[in-house]
Ligand binder design. Structure first.
Ligand code: SF4
Ligand code: SF4
Length: 131
């Protein structure tokens, strides 16, 4: 199994409800990499593993701190969720990354979160923006 190592991007791009931490900002407890409150971190953090970490079919170059994207199952149970570092908001449009996401979108819905914005990639390579 892979290890997080030098990555801590989920502590920036993901929201953590129990900490009132919005998407796209560093958690106050993050030591980049690492967590000051590791032993007492909230359940959301204990139970989260990104797709790169647990699925070695996700390419090595998609490691979150290299690609600036965190992939995980969509919480609504429908497809893949991609959380993009808002400081690198075009990271998901990088050619190799976009082609990879497009391939996934042929099989399932891909939801892209960039800060407060959400886009969906669906079959036929459509990109749709929602309010
Ligand atoms: S984004 Fe993935 S690899 Fe990076 S710290 Fe979080 S779980 Fe680990
Ligand atoms: S509490 Fe720790 S594991 Fe959870 S987001 Fe903050 S730094 Fe990351």
């Amino acid at each position: 199994m892979r290890e997080c190592g030098d990555c801590s991007l989920c502590c920036r791009v993901m929201g953590v409800e129990s900490l009132d931490k919005p998407r796209g900002v560093w958690c106050q407890h993050c030591t980049k990499p690492g967590c000051k409150i590791y032993d007492t971190r909230p359940k959301d953090c204990r139970t989260f593993s990104c797709a790169w970490l647990v699925n070695d079919t996700v390419p090595e170059w998609m490691k979150p701190n290299k690609s600036q994207l965190v992939l995980s199952p969509n919480p609504d149970g429908n497809g893949l969720m991609v959380d993009v570092d808002p400081q690198c908001h075009r990271a998901w449009r990088e050619k190799r990354v976009f082609e990879y996401l497009t391939q996934i979108a042929m099989r399932m819905r891909v939801r892209i979160n960039i800060g407060g914005e959400t886009f969906y990639m669906e079959k036929r390579h459509d990109v749709r923006e929602t309010a």
